[in-house]
Design a protein around this ligand. Structure first.
Ligand SMILES: Nc1ncnc2c1ncn2[C@@H]1O[C@H](COP(=O)(O)OP(=O)(O)OP(=O)(O)O)[C@@H](O)[C@H]1O
Ligand SMILES: [Mg+2]
Length: 298
């Protein structure tokens, strides 16, 4: 266990040098959306935040890395035919796998299967990396929707990203679990943002964030970045039932307005981290090394 953690630390330390040798392709930002507790709104926020940023002119790739069932495709009423394994088994290209969602957003379904990468040959890994390379210039932003909690699958995706967005609700249980995931994530990513979801009003959201910030400062000596809040809004449930995105179908809903504020903040308001020259290919190559280190294959 110790040996694996130290391998992972080494990979994190090498993050910047890997991005320096990233090769061709456009620089992009990679956000991993996660939470301690399940059902706090990760998938809804990943999809609709992605749409908000897409509406601001960014090209967004949403990656579904959740092992559960209530996934991005279900939320949007899409039917994925293929996943990444079909690149190796029946020679599909990555473009055959990526689905087009509303506003032209791209969705990579079933990426939780990437965890099986640890068991495939180096030549197959090269094939996957090459197929990602064909998309090198297509995206500005990647958003990865993960499962709740701290599995190795989740920490692999967190480690591969520049920035983690932790979702919590004001409920004490969700807040305690958010603290736990922050405590672990801080070792493996450069910046941690927080979004408070399902708040009754902005005051409740602020109070929730204050509690989390205080604990992070006192016990972890770290500063969290408050990205904003999303109000409890029955439109979210309505859109989920209709399998549509609330940001597109109900743009004037409270939840959509909150997501737009968060999207604007990320697109216009966030200072760039030093050395964020990550390309799609360098990110994927790094993810593969992290998964291998996490599963003890290297
Ligand atoms: N702002 C909101 N207002 C009202 N309901 C919401 C809001 N955000 C999410 N929900 C509801 O909360 C439930 C869980 O949402 P979602 O599936 O996005 O959570 P999740 O964190 O991805 O869950 P899981 O941990 O199972 O992956 C859904 O029923 C959704 O409609
Ligand atoms: Mg989910």
């Amino acid at each position: 266990m110790y040996e694996q953690t130290s391998k992972l630390r080494k990979i994190v330390a090498e993050k910047n040098s890997i991005s320096d040798i990233s090769g061709d392709g456009k620089n992009l930002k990679v956000y991993c959306v996660t939470s301690g507790k399940g059902g706090v709104g990760k998938t809804n926020l990943s999809v609709n935040l992605g749409l908000a940023m897409q509406s601001l002119g960014k090209k967004v790739l949403l990656i579904d890395a959740d092992l559960g069932l209530a996934n991005i495709d279900v939320l949007l009423g899409l039917f994925p035919e293929y996943n990444l394994s079909h690149i190796l088994s029946i020679g599909k290209s990555i473009r055959d796998i990526i689905l087009e969602g509303p506003l032209g957003i791209s969705i990579l379904p079933g990426a939780s299967g990437l965890y099986e990468l640890a068991n495939i040959s180096n030549s197959d890994i090269k094939l996957l990396i090459n197929s990602f390379n064909t998309l090198a210039d297509d995206f500005d932003i990647i958003i990865i929707d993960t499962s709740a909690g701290i599995s190795k699958n989740v920490t692999s995706f967190i480690t591969s990203s520049n920035e983690t967005i932790v979702i919590t609700t004001p409920e004490p249980g969700a807040l305690a679990d958010a603290y736990a995931i922050i405590k672990i994530s801080r070792e493996f990513c450069d910046k941690i943002h927080v979004v408070v979801n399902k708040a009754d009003n902005y005051k409740e959201a602020n109070r929730t964030m204050e509690k989390l910030s205080r604990s992070a400062k006192k016990f972890l000596n770290m500063q969290l970045n408050y990205l904003g809040f999303v109000l409890e809004d029955e439109t979210v449930h309505k859109a989920n039932m209709e399998q549509v995105a609330f940001f597109v179908n109900y743009p004037n809903s409270l939840a959509s307005k909150c997501l737009m504020d968060i999207g604007r903040k990320l697109v216009y308001g966030e200072p760039l981290l030093p050395k964020t020259n990550v390309t799609l290919n360098s990110w994927f190559t790094r993810l593969v090394s992290i998964i291998k280190a996490n599963t003890g294959v290297i």
